[in-house]
Design a protein around this ligand. Structure first.
Ligand SMILES: [Zn+2]
Length: 147
């Protein structure tokens, strides 16, 4: 049984993205592969993916985005910040459909990471369990990218 909140997120994503070719994706198949992830992370990832991608995401794209959002959410919060919600890092999405990157915020929360220097970047990447297709850097490093 596929839970209704997932069906809702799935349907919203399907309406926002063009289905991949003629194959309408199957919510039950996706749920089978994604059910270990928190539903609110899947829901937020669906919105992020719909903004970034033209086509319906693969299971792997949805899982990777939801897992990173969930990991970001589990970072300790410092201060309110519009960009990073006080977590010091935020996701950078690309309209081109390129894999997302992670930026270290310029706010007070991000400065705690910045104070540790470049060496903190691989550690953060490890903590967020990012694969090599995702980059992590200071937010200004991404300026000018199609974010
Ligand atoms: Zn911030």
């Amino acid at each position: 049984m596929v839970p209704q909140p997932f069906v809702n997120a799935f349907d919203r994503l399907r309406r926002r993205c063009q289905p991949q070719r003629d194959n309408a994706p199957d919510a039950a198949l996706y749920w089978e592969a994604l059910s270990d992830l928190p539903i609110d992370a899947l829901d937020e990832a669906a919105l992020q993916l719909a903004r970034a991608q033209k086509y319906f995401p693969t299971v792997s794209e949805w899982a990777t985005t939801a897992r990173a959002l969930d990991n970001i959410r589990n970072l300790p919060t410092q201060q309110r910040c519009k960009e990073c919600a006080g977590r010091g890092v935020f996701m950078v999405q690309y309209r081109s459909g390129e894999p997302f990157d992670i930026a270290v915020c310029a706010c007070k929360a991000g400065r705690l990471y910045r104070a540790l220097g470049n060496g903190v970047l691989p550690l953060l990447k490890q903590q967020l369990k990012l694969s090599d297709e995702h980059r992590i850097h200071w937010s200004e490093w991404f300026d000018g990218d199609d974010a």
